[in-house]
Each structure stands twice: as C-alpha cells, then as structure tokens.
Write a protein that binds this ligand. Structure first.
Ligand SMILES: [Mg+2]
Length: 389
C-alpha cells in the first residue's frame, strides 16, 4: 500500500428528501406524517417519508399497502420526480460552490473532496456547518453531513445523527466509532456476508478486527481484503466527479453578415462569456478550443488549438478564439461564429494565480446567475446597437 494522502471528505445527504420537498412546496404539511407513494397504487412502494411518518414504523421501500396499515392518517403524495430533479440540480450547483470535486451518489447525496479547503474555515465543524447553513438558506431544506478522511467514514458519519446532523470522525476517533458497530455498517456488506460472518460468531466490527487478514481473504476472496481494511477505517477510493458532457459550445448566426473585425471580436466575446459560464458551472477544465466560422457563401471552417491546460475565465477563452479568428481571411465577412470546448475534464485548482483570476470570475458568475442573464461583463458586449440585449 502506498502512502495515503490525508484527505478531507464530506458526505452530504438530504433529510427525507422527497418528503421535505413536498413540505417545502406545501408548508401546511409540516409536522404531518408525509409519505411519498400513491394511495391509488397500493402495490407500489414508499419512496421516502417524513420523520413523523417514520415514528409509525413507515420506511422507504415498504409497500404502500403496509404503510396504509401502519399509518392510515398519513398524507400520501404521489412522487413528482421532475420537481425533485429540479431541487437536486440546485443542490449540486450549491455543493460545487464548495468544491470542484463533487461525486453524486444519488439524487440527494454526494461526496465532496474538501482536501485543501480546510484553511478557509476555522474548523471542520465550521466547514460542515457552513455547507448546512447554505443548504438551509438557499434551498430551505435540511441535510446531514459527515466529515472524515475517506468516503466510507464520511458516509458513516452522515448517517449517525440524522436528521440535521453533523458528525466529524477524526482519525483518533475511528476505532472508538467503528468497534461497536454491526458488521453491516461496513460498505459493501449486505445480508449475505452478514449471515456468513454471524455463523462464524462475528457480529461487530470490533470482532471482525480480531480476525487475520489471510483468513478473511481465504474465506471471502477479494471482499475479505476490503473487510480487513474497512474494519480499520481504511478506504482509498477517490471522489470521482462524473462528467457526462464531452464538449460544450455556443454559436451565433448573425442577422446580417459581419465584416468589421472589431464587431466580430465582440461577437466572439459574447460567445466566450456564454461558454465560459457553462464551463465553470459544470466545474470543467478543457484542453481544446475550437473556433467555428461560416462565410457568407456558407463555407464552414473550424480552427482548433489544444493545450495541456487553459485558464477557465471568459477573457482567456475569448483571446484563444480571437487568435484563431485572425488566422482566417476576415475580408470575406462571416455569417456565423461559434466557440466549442472539448477534452473536458474535472477542474482542479493548480496554482494561486488561477485562484485570483477565479475569484473575480466567481463573483461575476454569481451576479449573472442571480439575475438570470449577463448583467456584468466587458463593456464592449453592450457597445452600439447590440441586437441581443
Ligand atoms: Mg437522503
């Protein structure tokens, strides 16, 4: 095993998410046993329920028929997945303000790699509370958060004090936290392994630790090694942000062909602002910048430039596109320009210069996002009869 770098991982898990969204949208439901599942399809299952409903023994994945028996006075609500998706998107956008490395686990759950961000906060408690406060202020919903040195422990922590919990598991607390837990608290241990271990007299993580690694590997194969490590709170899995988008871009067909180089550059700047904002919203970096250009006779050309890394601010994207534009024959005029970014990968901050430039960009992005359009940007995008404003 190589040297394990010390990491700070947060696991954020929304409390009774679907039920909480329903209560958010219909505040009169607050305090009632809200059960997400349709009364009209008793063969369906409960997807979530409020903590009030849980007091009656209702839980997720339970058949609706059973929930009706346990809690006949429950408020049964058919799920509104589009709405939950919408709130989920707002949640993930918020989480990406805290770290570029966000790994969604489900619609309402994510890991954040906060390694290196700790010094922005007075303590890990402060870090966790800041995320919780942001969720409560901006989404008016509550979350439980676990913070630890790896994904397994962070997720364990978020589950320990639900709802509205904040649990930090420090290295020196790992033994104390893990020892009394049942073996199925370990990641990947299901009913089958639990039964197998129980037959061997192993019910708790503490008991599991007494067992030699070779014996575990002999008995459980690959899983044995994992059991050995997890029982000691060791988990080296990285936080992985999936990037579905492989490219992003914007293009604009002009109402009239444009010949003036300065006007062409202004159009490029406008496109760079659009593309740049989406790049940063998705927390991507990119390797290849492509300019697409169409002449009045519909001939279409592309010109690309690839670098190992590009700065992510609008101005750098614009400057890259402008340089490519000037490799073309401008005298013929253009009817369309476009900017495409490809070779996308998750953004990781590499140096302080990037951070300084990033701060201004962040403020500008936030203001534009708040107003839902470009209200701050370089003066020239508003110059003379700008057709788009
Ligand atoms: Mg949840």
């Amino acid at each position: 095993m190589g040297v394990i770098p010390l990491r700070t991982i947060a696991h954020v898990d929304m409390d009774a998410f679907y039920a909480a969204v329903e209560i958010l949208d219909s505040p009169s439901l607050a305090g009632q046993p809200v059960i997400i599942g349709s009364r009209d399809s008793p063969r369906g299952v409960v997807s979530t329920c409020s903590y009030e409903a849980r007091r009656y023994g209702v839980h997720s994945a339970m058949p609706v028929r059973r929930a009706l028996e346990l809690c006949p006075q429950g408020v049964f609500i058919p799920p509104r997945h589009d709405r939950y998706q919408e709130v989920s998107q707002a949640l993930f956008a918020l989480l990406r303000d805290f770290s570029p490395l966000v790994e969604p686990l489900s619609i309402d759950e994510a890991f954040l790699d906060m390694t290196g961000c700790e010094h922005f906060y007075s303590s890990l408690e402060d870090l966790g509370q800041t995320i919780k406060d942001a969720i409560s202020q901006r989404l008016r919903l509550s979350a439980s958060i676990g913070i630890a040195g790896n994904k397994f422990l962070a997720k364990l922590g978020s589950g320990l004090k639900k709802p509205d919990g904040l649990v930090i598991i420090r290295a020196e607390q790992v033994d104390e936290v893990l020892t009394p837990l049942p073996v199925d608290a370990l990641w990947g241990v299901g009913a089958k392994t639990t039964k197998q271990l129980a037959r061997l007299g192993i019910n708790t993580v503490g008991q599991l630790r007494q067992v030699q690694e070779e014996w575990l590997v002999r008995t459980f194969g690959k899983m044995g090694r994992q059991l050995f490590l997890l029982a000691r709170g060791i988990d080296e899995r990285p936080v992985e942000c999936q990037s579905e988008a492989k490219s992003l871009g914007a293009e604009s067909t002009f109402p009239r062909d444009i010949f003036d180089p300065r006007a062409l550059e202004t159009e490029l700047l406008r496109l760079a602002i659009q593309v740049g904002r989406r790049l940063r919203q998705g927390n991507f970096s990119f390797r290849t910048l492509t300019l697409k250009a169409r002449y009045p006779d519909f001939t279409t050309l592309t010109r690309s430039k690839t670098k190992s890394s590009w700065p992510r601010d609008d101005w750098s994207i614009f400057a890259g596109a402008r340089d490519l534009l000037h490799t073309l024959d401008l005298t013929k005029g253009f009817r369309l320009l476009g900017i495409y970014l490809t070779g996308l990968y998750p953004f990781q901050q590499l140096n302080l210069l990037e951070e300084d430039r990033g701060r201004l960009t962040k403020v500008v992005d936030k203001l534009n996002e708040k107003w839902g359009r470009t209200i701050i940007g370089p003066a020239r995008v508003w110059e003379k009869n700008n057709p788009n404003e």
